[in-house]
Design a protein around this ligand. Structure first.
Ligand SMILES: NC(=O)C1=CN([C@@H]2O[C@H](COP(=O)(O)OP(=O)(O)OC[C@H]3O[C@@H](n4cnc5c(N)ncnc54)[C@H](OP(=O)(O)O)[C@@H]3O)[C@@H](O)[C@H]2O)C=CC1
Ligand SMILES: CC(=O)[C@@H](O)[C@H](O)COP(=O)(O)O
Ligand SMILES: [Mn+2]
Length: 387
């Protein structure tokens, strides 16, 4: 039996993690956390009988407590509740399917308690990779990538740990606006941006994919997971999302992982690593039916978020936190229809410029990262008149 806890159990990654658990039958769900979707959380409690749950929203947590009083599941709220879920004693692995920087503290707490991390929450590594990776090594825990590209790279590197790599080829679908000019991007709407061509995901990561900021976050995520410089990572547009990423070795050999776009595969791989198991209900890849795969270079001019990510990754320190924090504020504002699509990248650029003027922190602690998140949010809200 595998014992896991899930942060973000009501979201895209969370529900697919529970699908994998349901299909396999030998994964015990010890703890679950969500922000406020108590209707779905109650269903999950009644099906999986976790010991502990957290609802971040305090009023909703109180409501759920009454609803599930008959179940024996303990209900917590807020940040303390997230830590309870992340450190639930019986769990061996924490799946971080929560979105945003809110995932940093519970992930650190889980590692300190010796839990392996099945990591989907890329924002945590972008801001705190310099803390997470050495801490995990000291505690002897595994950081198992769930993000599809990073799972692919991780799989390509198996058995090749001692061979130096020349570069990582990080693939990108290009999002719904692949091929668009800046002029065309001026007119796109929220609904257009939410129409991802290949993956069905939560709103925040879907907007990130459309701006290519997702690839920027993944660039820095890969830098930490695989201990490479960002300039050893090349972004490659692969519109079908079939080739999930690749590694080029010193002798010129390129190894890639291919599959249908289905997150259950990387989730299951992380949960059973190093074992491969049949994936229930998955569509098999039929290359002959597919006929061809397309590749192209990314358009840095149309999607400046990617260029900003390389810059943040090269300078490091506190700049990736500002890159990420500004993006979180901007995406929220875009989803609330308070700023236009092109203003997302402007927000990030402005916040980074401002931070560089003030001066970067070399190796920010978690408290510095969270303080920077607050100051970046306040600065952007004032500058862009966001309520
Ligand atoms: N979806 C995908 O295919 C992929 C996602 N990722 C990454 O995985 C993470 C999750 O993405 P995704 O599943 O799409 O996101 P969703 O928006 O679908 O789900 C987010 C989950 O996090 C919960 N949540 C949000 N804020 C809080 C909070 N303050 N406290 C507790 N729970 C909270 C939500 O709860 P509630 O429902 O109650 O609001 C929900 O369960 C992101 O970092 C994303 O970049 C990476 C690769 C692929
Ligand atoms: C499924 C997954 O891993 C997403 O992060 C995906 O990468 C988004 O697609 P883009 O390549 O469009 O960013
Ligand atoms: Mn990805």
């Amino acid at each position: 039996m595998r014992h896991i806890s899930v942060l973000g159990s009501t979201g895209s990654i969370g529900t697919q993690t529970l699908e994998v658990a349901r299909a396999n039958g030998d994964i015990r769900i010890e703890a679950l956390a969500a922000r406020g979707n108590i209707a779905l959380l109650e269903e999950q409690i009644r099906e999986f009988h976790p010991r502990t749950v957290c609802v971040y929203d305090e009023a909703k947590a109180a409501e759920l407590k009454v609803k599930v009083a008959d179940t024996g599941t303990k209900v917590y709220a807020g940040q303390e509740g997230l830590i309870e879920v992340a450190t639930e004693a019986k769990a061996k692995t924490l799946v971080t399917g929560i979105v945003g920087m809110i995932g940093i503290e519970p992930t650190v707490a889980a590692i300190r308690e010796g839990k392996n991390i099945a990591l989907a929450n890329k924002e945590t590594l972008v801001c705190a990779g310099h803390i997470i990776m050495p801490l995990a090594a000291r505690e002897g825990v595994k950081i198992l990538p769930v993000d599809s590209e990073h799972s692919a790279i991780f799989q390509c590197l198996r058995g090749n740990k001692k061979n130096r790599i020349r570069k990582i080829l990080l693939t990108a679908s290009g999002g719904p606006f692949r091929g668009y000019t800046r002029k065309q991007l001026e007119k796109v709407t929220l609904q257009d941006a939410l129409r991802h061509p290949t993956w069905n995901m939560g709103h925040k990561v879907t907007i990130d994919s459309s701006t290519m900021v997702n690839k920027g976050l993944e660039l820095i995520e890969a830098r930490w997971l695989f201990d490479v410089e960002v300039d050893e990572i090349e972004v490659l547009v692969q519109p079908q999302s079939i080739l999930h990423s690749a590694v080029e070795f010193m002798d010129g050999a390129v190894m890639a992982e291919l599959g249908t776009p289905d997150m259950k595969l990387p989730i299951q791989y992380a949960l059973y690593y190093p074992k491969r198991k049949k994936l229930a209900g998955s569509k098999r890849l039929d290359l002959a039916a597919l006929g061809k795969l397309d590749f192209s270079a990314p358009d840095f001019k149309a999607f400046p978020g990617l260029k900003l990510a390389y810059h943040a990754g090269r300078l490091g320190g506190s700049l990736p936190t500002v890159f990420n924090a500004a993006n979180e504020v901007a995406v929220r504002a875009f989803l609330d229809e308070k700023i236009s699509y092109l203003q997302i990248a402007s927000c990030i650029e402005d916040a980074m410029e401002q931070h560089e003027k003030v001066g970067l922190l070399g190796s920010p602690a978690v408290s510095d990262i969270l303080a920077l998140q607050k100051s970046t949010e306040a600065w952007l809200k004032a500058r862009y008149h966001l309520a």
